[in-house]
Write a protein of this length. Structure first.
Length: 248
């Protein structure tokens, strides 16, 4: 993992060429000249230490959190790079809502670092898919813009079309944990010939409870995936009430 593969270096070079023509601004603080500055990097609140062994929620022990006791996840592990706050939150919003698509490669770099830390055995990378309506409105899937360069960096195939959203879902805002699970139940479908027998890594930009990425895992395992893991760039740390942002 010390030597990055040529396809990933080429992908980075392309974006550097774009930056040379159109000088970027920092996704976190909007300073001119870089897509992500050192100060914003230093402000990140990394998620490490004692985590729920299933959903990756920070907690006092490396056991299973109350949510996973209440409704066990099928995903084999979920990890987030940092807390959904400050400059990182700004960068994700720029990627999703301001069409700053170059940030996909920047955020993918965080997940490359996370991959090196967890050392899971992966042989297929997929992105959480958008519904038809939201994809048409946005014009792109921000999770795919993160997942594809990650796949290049870790030398694992990207499963384009391997996971699909088969029904639109309501916003997860203000929903409880169990309501979020019901909202995304059976919302995804996986292509068995592409995923059967594979160890799959599902990528998303941000999560709160992990409900959406777990629904993806259910579809992948139904299609024969061997193990399913999840990476997200950022995670909202749940309040006592268990609902406090716009993530999944």
């Amino acid at each position: 993992m010390n030597d990055l593969p040529y396809p990933y270096l080429l992908y980075q070079w392309i974006w550097k060429a774009v930056d040379w023509i159109f000088p970027p601004v920092c996704g976190g603080c909007s300073i001119l000249g870089t897509r992500w500055c050192d100060q914003c990097q230093q402000s990140l609140q990394r998620i490490r230490g004692q985590l729920c062994s299933r959903c990756g929620m920070p907690m006092g022990t490396n056991t299973v959190c109350n949510h996973c006791h209440e409704r066990p996840f099928v995903i084999d592990g979920l990890r987030a790079y940092a807390c959904y706050a400050g400059p990182l939150r700004n960068a994700i919003h720029r990627l999703k809502y301001q069409r700053d698509i170059a940030l996909g490669e920047t955020l993918a770099g965080f997940l490359v670092e996370l991959y090196r830390e967890v050392q899971w055995e992966i042989d297929l990378v997929v992105a959480v898919p958008l519904g038809v309506v939201r994809r048409r409105e946005r014009g792109y899937n921000q999770a795919a813009l993160i997942a594809y360069p990650l796949s290049l960096a870790i030398r694992v195939p990207y499963g384009r079309g391997a996971l699909q959203r088969v029904r639109e879902t309501a916003s997860q805002v203000d929903l409880s944990f169990l309501q979020r699970l019901e909202n995304v139940k059976d919302a995804f479908w996986a292509d068995a010939p592409k995923v059967a027998g594979r160890n799959v890594l599902v990528i998303d930009d941000v999560t709160t409870t992990g409900a959406t990425i777990n629904a993806c895992a259910e579809a992948l395992k139904k299609a024969g995936a061997n193990t399913v893991y999840g990476f997200v760039v950022a995670r909202t740390i749940l309040s006592e009430g268990g609902r406090n942002d716009r993530a999944s």
